[in-house]
Design a protein around this ligand. Structure first.
Ligand code: AMP
Length: 270
């Protein structure tokens, strides 16, 4: 695996490749990331994984500081997976480009966009820069971050003529979605988060039978969960998969949740 840190070197290295599969990450490589890499490799693409903990998408300094980083371990895993390129730029290099400022449309200021002001603008800006550098044919992203996937498709896929491949969420046995942030949780909170995931999965399955009546009950579930697990839930909503509008249960929909436990913010959808 070639490890490249400068944009100049990366450009030189990949300029002749036509079939690049790009897997952007913030590191802390886990089985969720691995599934994206595998999807790219299955298409016989030259796979570039990026690791960049993007400061501008953190709306809290402390969250940025404590975000788990372990580049040595990540490199060892990526080598084992036979990834061709790791791109690990530094902030100075990435932000020497003039930022194209993305502003979310009003109707997109829902879910995490409502609760993490500036987060997705930061994501879109850095993805705009990374995609301009890498010019991949395919991009691989996880449904775990469903709103991110939705916004990248909406704001960037046409501009870069890139195919955005959405990959299913990889979970632990007890339903908790893998996430780099899980490393910040104490054992007790990990257990709670798994219970919450199992409960919400059940609600989603039930909703297929009882549809809108359950949506009506979500505020009750929200309160119950907050009390039982001592968590703060930002949102718990059924939303349409295609439009992210509140679901009317006629089209495919998902149950979206974001909550803080141990001061760690977790998101998921079922
Ligand atoms: P992150 O490093 O958390 O920014 O994630 C990098 C990419 O991996 C994003 O496209 C995520 O949606 C995806 N990802 C993160 N966790 C999972 C998971 N449990 N299953 C599938 N994809 C994931």
């Amino acid at each position: 695996m070639k490890i490249i840190t400068s944009i100049f070197d990366l450009n030189k290295e990949i300029k002749d490749y036509k079939n690049i599969g790009f897997v952007p990450t913030m590191g802390g490589i886990h089985a969720g990331h691995k599934s994206l890499i595998k999807a790219s490799q299955d298409k016989k693409s030259k796979t570039i994984v990026s690791i960049f903990v993007n400061p501008t998408q953190f709306n809290k300094k402390d969250d940025y500081k404590k975000y788990p980083r372990n580049i040595k371990r990540d490199i060892a895993i990526l080598k084992q997976l036979n990834v061709e390129y790791l791109f690990a730029p530094n902030s100075r290099d990435i932000y020497k480009f003039k930022d194209e400022k993305f502003n979310l449309k009003k109707k997109d200021k829902i879910l995490c966009a409502k609760f993490r002001s500036g987060h997705f603008e930061g994501v879109l800006n850095v993805m705009n820069t990374l995609m301009a550098i890498i010019k991949s044919k395919d991009l691989y992203m996880g449904e775990k971050d469903f709103q991110q996937l939705y916004l990248i498709k909406k704001y960037l896929s046409k501009k870069f003529k890139v195919r955005v491949n959405s990959c299913p969420t990889i979970r632990l046995k007890r339903n908790l979605a893998l996430s780099t942030r899980n490393k910040l949780l104490k054992a007790n909170s990990l257990k709670k988060a798994s219970e919450i995931a199992s409960f919400l999965k059940k609600i989603k399955n039930k909703s297929k039978l009882q549809d809108s009546r359950l949506a009506f009950n979500l505020p009750v579930y929200k309160k119950k969960l907050e009390k039982k697990y001592n968590i703060k839930i930002d949102y718990l909503e059924f939303r349409d998969e295609k439009s992210l509008k509140l679901s009317n249960f006629k089209n495919k929909y998902r149950l979206f949740v974001a909550y803080a436990i141990d001061n760690v913010r977790l998101i998921d959808n079922y």
